[in-house]
Design a protein around this ligand. Structure first.
Ligand SMILES: Nc1ncnc2c1ncn2[C@@H]1O[C@H](COP(=O)(O)OP(=O)(O)OP(=O)(O)O)[C@@H](O)[C@H]1O
Ligand SMILES: [Mg+2]
Length: 306
């Protein structure tokens, strides 16, 4: 689910030079937003997935066209305002990506009420709900808490990937898993130490915390102990969307009931495979196959009593 779904536009240029004009070598336009990236990666793994969130206006229709082209089941709910667009400039010289995000239009109470009703129905069909990205303006700060509770009532696990106040306000609802990156972890807790920060988010209500640490891989705190997983080497490419691929692997692991050790190896391999692809939501199968057998996973603590 992506409340703030977007039309993602990517320009590939030789090198990005401010104050100059550029010849665009390649141009992509696709349905974007973090939850949609997660669904794209799940579809690449043949895991059945449904896309929901909000869409509006002509840009919303282009997002829906993108979902159709990608073969994703579209359950976006209409809103009155126009969907947003994001622009990413990829520089071929260094593989660097420069991203421009617009906040999205205001969502009113009537649209939110309609959305939560549809969401509750979809949650009953699902084994895992992934809640990804920022909240559009106009929604209550505890919007994610509401969605986590509706999912729990449906007997469905939740994976929450958001940051700041939207993340903190959702924790009392008890999400099954959250996936902050290093900066989001520090922002939410004021802690520099990953293990201490993860533990404090668990105390606030998250059952499992998967902290993603860029090229250093993952640190995971679960009710049954903690693990660390790292890629065998860093991959160059576009790191935007690596976290979404990681979330896709975590959701697939919860869906299949895979043991943690294996979920983490898959998550590190799949997110490295996403870095190797220029477009968020896609994965490089060769990198995925190579990494899933070479990721190092180690347990960092004995099981805890609670
Ligand atoms: N250059 C890289 N090489 C290999 N693996 C990487 C690289 N960058 C990221 N990863 C993998 O991707 C995971 C997620 O990356 P990161 O911590 O940057 O997520 P994020 O900031 O949430 O990304 P997103 O832009 O999708 O929100 C990391 O934990 C790591 O396993
Ligand atoms: Mg992220």
């Amino acid at each position: 689910m992506t409340l703030n779904a977007a039309l993602d536009i990517t320009y590939v240029v030789d090198a990005l030079v401010p104050h100059s004009s550029h010849r665009v070598r390649t141009y992509y336009e696709r349905a974007g937003g973090k939850g949609i990236n997660v669904s794209s990666v799940l579809a690449a793994l043949d895991v059945p997935t449904v896309v929901t969130g909000l869409m509006g206006g002509a840009t919303g229709e282009l997002i829906q066209d993108g979902l159709r082209r990608a073969g994703l089941r579209d359950e976006l709910v209409p809103m009155w305002s126009e969907s947003r667009r994001t622009v990413t400039i990829v520089s071929r010289a260094d593989g660097d990506a420069t991203v421009f995000n617009t906040p999205g239009a205001e969502v009113g109470p009537a649209v939110w009420a309609g959305f939560t009703a549809r969401f509750a129905e979809l949650a009953r069909e699902a084994t895992v709900v992934v809640l990804s990205g920022s909240l559009p303006p106009g929604l209550p700060a505890d919007a994610y808490a509401t969605l986590v509770r509706l999912s729990s009532q449906a007997g469905t696990a939740t994976v929450l990937d958001t940051s700041g106040p939207a993340l903190l306000a959702a924790l009392p609802a008890g999400p099954t898993l959250i996936k902050p990156n290093a900066a989001e972890l520090t922002e939410a807790t004021g802690e520099q130490d990953v293990a201490a920060a993860a533990e404090s988010l668990r105390r606030l209500g998250a059952r499992t915390v998967v902290a993603s640490r860029g090229t250093e891989g993952l640190y995971v705190a679960t009710p049954r102990g903690t693990w660390q997983a790292a890629p065998p080497r860093p991959v160059s490419g576009n790191p935007t969307g690596a976290g979404d691929a990681c979330v896709a692997a975590l959701a697939a692991g919860l869906h299949y009931g895979t043991p943690w050790q294996q979920i983490l190896a898959e998550a590190v391999a799949l997110s490295a495979a996403a870095v190797a692809c220029p477009t968020a939501g896609q994965v490089d199968k060769a990198v995925y196959e190579e990494f899933r057998t070479t990721v190092s996973v180690e347990r960092t603590h004995a099981p805890r009593a609670h």
